[in-house]
Design a protein around this ligand. Sequence first.
Ligand code: TYD
Length: 218
Amino acid sequence: MFITFEGIEGSGKSTSLTLLAQELERRGFDVLRTREPGGCGLGRAIRPILLDARTRCLNMRAELYLFLADRAQHVAEVIRPALEAGQIVLCDRYTDSTLAYQGYGRGLDPEKLRRINEMATGGLVPDLTLLMDLPVGLGLERAGLRNQRQGTVLSEGRFDAESMDFHERVRQGYLALAEEEPQRIACINAEQRPEDVLMQSLSAVEDYLGRSGLSLRP
Ligand code: TYD
């Protein structure tokens, strides 16, 4: 089973991913946690170019292809082998990030983005996507505090430094994607306490499994 986590900066994806992974492991599942960009060796080399606030003049198409190079390698080297080995893969960001950020945020053509996403992934679509939704102001405040705490304001802050308008377009883009694909994308209220986000995430996983005639072992 392939589950992706999506959302704006500071939406708590990483915390929610860790909590869901721990809960699934507690129930006896074999879970692989990974992320984009940076879930494979190539991606770890690309990540600083994409996220460092000191990266100047990165053309938006060059930015796009760097995300896709990371994704193509990550799917081939990490995600597909794990799925084939029967693991549950939890991935922090995937194809919907490209639609939300490069599409709704930067204004690139969504149909073209869908096609190159498909080319990069060989058509691998998540079984379930958990969209962590919260107001942009709150997300940016949380992300800013985290970056200060971790000393990553410059090294990871290129997208955080985009305008409020950009982040609002990304959020609205995610919500539009969730409306287009309600079966795949579950919208989770990320303003709740982490325990409640976990309960909502688990019930989305149960719903998906129920639709597939399966269930989570206790
Ligand atoms: P990440 O560490 O996931 O950010 P955070 O966890 O703080 O939200 O950084 C990834 C950044 O890259 C994030 O700002 C979103 C952006 N991004 C895209 O613009 N397109 C993509 O396809 C992906 C995977 C990420």
